[in-house]
Design a binder for this molecule. Structure first.
Ligand code: MGD
Ligand code: MGD
Ligand code: MO
Length: 581
């Protein structure tokens, strides 16, 4: 039996026991994994992989593919070469390729399709973004799931929710809302207003933690003045909640150990950073930080405290709105921008102009279908790496388990390119990996964890310049409301974004009276597209839903970035719906 760690983009970062026959099982001894894995890993070997490199549709040998790649890199100006990395594999060694492209003076796509708007807000208030792991949440009395759906995205959190008072704040009736003590089916984009409303009422009810506010926070008085200036009616309307629900929420949390688990749902908007700051402000008023079973947890900065390799200096292209058309050579690693980036028509327009698209990945998808050169990667079982998780503090070693003739590792590809272009070669993989681990890990109960979590998160300090929690004093809601439906972008059980088994339906509320498979057309200023519908009782009457990875999931999403964090804003728009006759 060998042990490794799941590389996928997920909170859980599971520890995997691999048998001689390469069967994958959850590591029973691991405190987070607890012996079970998700659908993706249980079926890992059944998903078809790309086995051979291809150029212009023809299968070729790996050596030929690498020669063609070198030729292309020589042909096109480095300043017209773009490196774009997705999040198909979150191992530390995945970023090694950046080292070559930076040495080559190519441009790097930089920014996020995921969580960085929220992360920017967390960092403004707390200085660093630390996680609340399932082991921490286990000690809570009340858990608030705020735009986060652990049944699908974080199943190893579920044991820690058992027996707790559960509050769900989500426009969708997610599975856990049926078991919750309270479900606030909030209007999309309403979370900032709900959080500030709760802050107002916490002050009115004198529920605030004065000791915490005095000792550990800055500018609380200014914050109170700021929120007192916003009319109560506006807060209630924007969140589309009523005072009874809010009263119930306050009643449930009063005097209790509360963990607030926030997901990316709340921050898929232009002002996403301010949403996290407002939720954090509520956490600070209640004095939740640095205490057993309490806190506000988001997708954390997994590398915090570590000395990470491959820090490079390079010209940048803003990733969520990358203009591929400005480049001759586009190298895409571990991502599927033709499905996952916002505003598909812009992505297509750009990629149509690029002279050579290289796709370096594991599976066929919309992007591989458009690529000129396809280079298969090795799976995580066939290369060395290490994984730090954004949902818990355990360090996941990922030693190579098997030799495979298929594909090339990111490290081997980079070493080859560095040598071919006369740049210094890298240290050995083992050295790089061990240096990362040594820079911030300690052993605890037989497992390596991040040193940062020897204390409770924020128990000793916040990581701001002042060392205090800093309250927000403004926000800018620049959304111009328009006619139509909100279009929710959420995750689904059997897919990991566009990998594995995707779901193709547009989910619609029952009030529309549509039949399953009926076709509708959605339109807005970013595009227009037809879908087959699936009516469902889980949606508000003003919402439609497409799961991540669905075909044409991004035909109507904005070509735009968040105010902070260079992040995509998948829900900063509405759509009009008409039946296709
Ligand atoms: N099985 C599976 N697991 C995954 C993934 C996957 O694709 N499949 N993806 C991984 C990745 S990349 C990430 S980033 C994480 C994300 O993990 P989560 O944040 O849990 O994922 P989402 O489904 O995007 O969003 C969570 C919830 O936000 C709700 N939501 C949408 N808009 C709003 C809003 O305006 N306000 C509020 N309060 N809620 C809203 C949605 O209805 C959804 O239930 O999951 C990871 N885990
Ligand atoms: N409409 C809509 N759009 C979204 C979202 C949404 O919820 N709705 N979610 C957003 C979020 S949170 C995220 S994180 C992004 C994700 O967007 P992407 O990063 O594009 O994610 P995937 O679709 O999972 O594509 C991952 C790719 O990595 C490849 N891969 C896997 N392992 C390896 C490896 O070891 N090496 C190499 N070289 N390649 C590998 C796979 O074959 C696959 O092609 O999408 C965003 N886009
Ligand atoms: Mo993500």
């Amino acid at each position: 039996m060998h042990f490794t760690t799941c590389p996928l983009d997920c909170f859980d970062g599971c520890s995997i026991a691999v048998s001689k026959e390469l069967k994958l099982k959850g590591n029973k001894a691991h405190p987070i994994t607890q012996g079970y894995l998700c659908h993706h890993l249980n079926h890992f070997h059944t998903f078809e992989r790309i086995e051979e490199p291809r150029y212009l549709g023809q299968s070729i040998k790996m050596e030929e593919a690498l020669t063609i790649l070198q030729e292309k890199l020589n042909t096109y100006e480095p300043s017209r070469t773009l490196f774009f990395k997705g999040s198909g594999n979150l191992g530390i060694m995945q970023s090694v390729t950046k080292q070559f492209f930076a040495s080559h003076r190519a441009v790097l796509a930089s920014g996020s399709l995921c969580d960085e708007a929220g992360d920017a807000g967390v960092c403004e208030g707390r200085g660093a973004n630390l996680c609340l792991s399932p082991l921490h949440v286990k000690d809570a009395e009340v858990v608030i799931l705020w735009g986060r759906n652990p049944t699908v995205t974080n199943s190893h959190m579920l044991p820690s929710l058992k027996g707790k008072t559960l509050i769900v704040i989500d426009p969708v009736k997610i599975d856990l809302s049926h078991h919750a003590d309270l479900h606030i089916q909030i209007k999309p984009r309403g979370d900032l207003y709900l959080a500030l409303l709760l802050c107002r009422l916490v002050a009115m009810e004198e529920m605030e933690d004065c000791t915490f506010l005095n000792e550990r926070t800055l500018n609380y008085k200014d914050f109170l003045d700021f929120i007192s200036g916003i009319p109560m009616r506006k807060l209630l309307d924007k969140a589309h909640v009523n005072l009874d629900e809010i009263g119930e929420l306050l009643h449930l949390i009063k005097g209790k150990k509360v963990s607030i688990l926030v997901g990316i749902g709340v921050q898929k908007y232009s002002f996403g950073h301010s949403v996290l700051r407002a939720i954090d402000a509520l956490g600070a008023m209640l004095g939740l930080f640095g205490k057993v079973g309490c806190g506000v947890g988001y997708l954390s900065n997994s590398g915090f405290g570590y000395s990470l390799p491959f820090k490079v200096d390079a010209k940048k292209e803003p990733l969520p709105i990358a203009n591929f058309g400005k480049y001759d050579l586009v190298f895409i690693q571990g991502g599927n921008p033709l499905n996952q980036m916002p505003c598909t028509s812009k992505v297509e327009e750009g990629l149509d102009k690029a002279k050579c698209i290289v796709y370096f990945g594991l599976h066929e998808n919309e992007t591989s279908a458009r690529a000129h050169l396809i280079i298969p990667a090795k799976t995580f079982l066939a290369k060395d790496d290490v994984k730090l998780s954004y949902g818990h503090p355990f360090v996941g070693r990922m030693p190579k388990i098997v030799e495979s003739p298929i594909g090339i590792s990111e490290y081997a590809l980079t070493q080859m390119l560095l040598a071919a272009f006369g740049h210094d070669s890298l240290e050995s993989e083992a050295t790089i990996i061990e240096k990362v681990i040594a820079s911030n890990s300690v052993e605890k109960d037989g497992f390596l964890i991040s040193k940062t979590y020897e204390d409770l998160p924020y128990e000793k300090t916040f990581y701001t310049k002042s060392g205090q929690f800093e309250f927000m004093d403004e926000f800018d809601d620049d959304f111009e409301d328009e006619e139509g439906f909100y279009l929710i972008a959420a995750k689904q059980n059997k897919s990991l974004n566009s990998q594995f088994v995707t779901d193709e339906y547009l989910y619609v509320p029952l009030c529309l009276g549509l039949e399953q498979e009926e076709r509708v057309r959605l339109t807005n200023r970013y595009g227009t597209c037809e879908y087959a519908v699936m009516p469902t009782a889980i949606l508000r009457d003003d919402c439609l839903l497409l799961y991540s990875g669905a075909k044409n999931a991004n035909r109507l999403t904005p070509h735009a970035m968040s105010q902070e964090g260079n992040c995509a804003t998948y829900q900063e728009m509405k759509v009009r719906l008409e039946k296709v006759t």
